[in-house]
Design a protein around this ligand. Structure first.
Ligand code: 16G
Ligand code: ZN
Length: 540
């Protein structure tokens, strides 16, 4: 009763606004920050329930709206393994956040606790963090008010302003009972990555300087910590680092801007820093869990994007070669596989398939890719937009650690593969860690951006956002490559696609916005454009 009184008091301080319907979507709750205080309070309650249900295992809470505009914010829960919240609990988050009154919140909370068999006398442990948005501190107060309702049984660890992947790392490391994953702090993470990076670069450094667009977000701070320890190996020129200039977050910069516009951020364009041949740059998103690379074509000066697909292909090919060198392909039959979504450029899929690398396609959203990647010995997963990482299975690590190399070459390959497993964030994709991964592969191959880019040529493509009266009537199937409903629509789309040379197109409802998205690719830019328009007309 004491607990329920405390919850009621907190709930009264953070009433739910009327006429708002919340959904725990692909990446948690995400909307205008002003609509979120009641949600944060309730997510605080749920995080405690989840931790108590798991006998005090540490749960993570991240307050961020990633690449969204600055006035937005959001919140998502991280499970003890460092992965996204178990999908069966997403509905509980949605239910709690939509209770219209304090009374209904209390009754839903009580029902949930009983139904989920939560022993409220168990301890709870929570780690939380937030990005640089001005709304962060207020929302964190609401979240903490949720934790405080439970009194002494809840232990919390506030990481402060931190990137999403660092939060995931700390959750995973805190719960790692073997103590081998790393120290559960920001510093522990940096040291782990820095050590692995030094091992991998060896005497290949210092590398050519790299420009990093931080989207004026929290990535700028993480990058600063990092350059303090590794600047001698990888000289970094940070750009768009104004984390306290109002309105600058993700504004005309960052990974989402670059990928969507397929162009340089205007600030980088006007500075001219990329005009020197061979200069490469990358962009993070607002919470530093996404990255894309780019450079300017040496003679034409045109913008060349090296997106998540390009990263996945280069990394998978390289790790595959290392496995062969390590001779782990024969005896242990270790295999590298790639996970993509329907948005992967058709040329990337074709390239991988033609080189006998297994490729699977799953629905959009990090959690789907992550789970599919766990099925490979070494699973490389990337969304075209730059979300991704590489997972090493326990079996792969065991094989690497117990291998008996017969040559210095094999021994070296094994050492490097193990270092990669330390460099790469095993909980979730990290722009910083992925950046070091790319830099390492380029250094080992002796490549610049142009050589990396030369592997395959992207098919011209177009992504269109279509506003429809009711997006819920659109139901996708086959990893979102086909529409199941409205009936007959897919047949019409297929008929249209057939008319285009190397055409491919699909339609799916967005998981984060009230719209459907149309993707089209074809042999030429004009055809891709026309196909996108034709399919949009069918959908409207
Ligand atoms: C979320 C997902 C991202 C996905 C995007 C698609 C996570 C952490 N983020 O931002 O992976 O690409 O949604 O948005 O899973 P859409 O459904 O609106 O196209
Ligand atoms: Zn993000």
């Amino acid at each position: 009763a004491l607990l329920l009184n405390a919850i009621a008091a907190g709930a009264n301080e953070y009433p739910k606004p009327e006429h708002v319907n919340y959904t725990y979507g692909t990446a948690g709750f995400r909307t205008l920050a002003t609509k979120l205080p009641s949600v944060l309070f309730r997510v605080g309650l749920l995080a405690v329930l989840r931790s108590k249900r798991l006998e005090g295992a540490t749960i993570g809470v991240m307050v961020t709206a990633s690449h969204n505009p600055e006035p937005d914010n959001g919140v998502k829960l991280v499970d003890p393994s460092g992965e996204m919240l178990d999908p069966t609990w997403e509905a509980h988050a949605t239910a709690l956040s939509n209770c219209p009154s304090t009374e209904s919140l209390i009754s839903t909370f009580t029902t949930l606790a009983t139904h989920l068999r939560v022993d409220l006398s168990q301890p709870a442990n929570i780690v939380y963090a937030y990005d640089t948005r001005p709304s962060g501190p207020e929302l964190i107060k609401a979240l903490e008010r949720g934790f405080e309702s439970f009194g002494e049984s809840v232990k919390t660890n506030n990481l402060g302003v931190t990137t999403t992947p660092i939060l995931h790392y700390v959750v995973k490391a805190t719960n790692d009972k073997t103590g081998t994953y790393g120290e559960p702090t920001k510093k522990g993470y940096n040291e782990k990555m820095a050590k692995a990076f030094r091992t991998l670069i060896g005497n290949r450094g210092p590398l050519a300087p790299l420009y990093v667009d931080c989207a004026n977000g929290v990535g700028a701070l993480a990058l600063q910590d990092f350059t303090a320890t590794l600047g001698d190996v990888l000289p970094i020129n940070p750009l768009n680092t104004s984390t306290s200039t109002q309105g600058s977050l993700n504004h005309s910069c960052g990974a989402d801007f670059v990928k969507t516009k397929q162009a340089l951020p205007p600030s980088i364009q006007s500075s001219g820093v990329l005009s020197k041949a061979g200069t490469r740059a990358c962009s993070f998103d607002g919470d530093a869990d996404r990255i894309v690379y780019y450079y300017l074509h040496e003679s034409k000066g045109t913008f060349r994007l090296l997106d998540g697909d390009k990263i996945a292909v280069m990394v998978a090919m390289f790790l595959g070669d290392l496995i062969v060198k390590a001779k782990l392909d024969e005896e242990h039959k270790l295999e590298v596989g790639v996970v993509q979504t329907a948005y992967a450029n058709g040329s990337s899929t074709k390239y991988l398939t033609s080189r006998n690398i297994p490729v699977s396609c799953v629905p959009t959203g990090v959690k789907h890719l992550h789970h599919a990647a766990q099925r490979y010995d070494i699973g490389v997963y990337f969304e075209a937009n730059g979300h991704g990482t590489v997972l090493f299975s326990d079996q792969a690590i065991k094989a690497l650690k117990s291998a008996n190399p017969q040559s210095p070459d094999s021994a070296n390959a094994i050492k490097n593969l193990l270092a990669f497993s330390e460099l790469i964030n095993q909980a979730v994709g990290d722009a910083l860690s992925d950046m070091l991964l790319v830099e390492t592969v380029l250094a080992h191959r002796g490549w610049g951006a142009a050589e990396w880019d030369a592997g395959y040529e992207d098919l011209p493509n177009r992504l269109v956002k279509v506003e429809v009266p009711d997006r819920s009537i659109f139901v996708a199937t086959d990893a979102e490559r086909k529409l199941q409903h409205p009936q007959g629509l897919q047949d019409t789309i297929d008929e249209t696609v057939k008319k285009y040379d190397m055409g491919r197109s699909f339609v799916r409802p967005s998981g984060t916005e009230d719209c459907v998205r149309v993707y089209a690719e074809a042999k030429t830019a004009t055809e891709a454009e026309n196909l996108a328009v034709a399919v949009t007309d069918i959908v409207k």
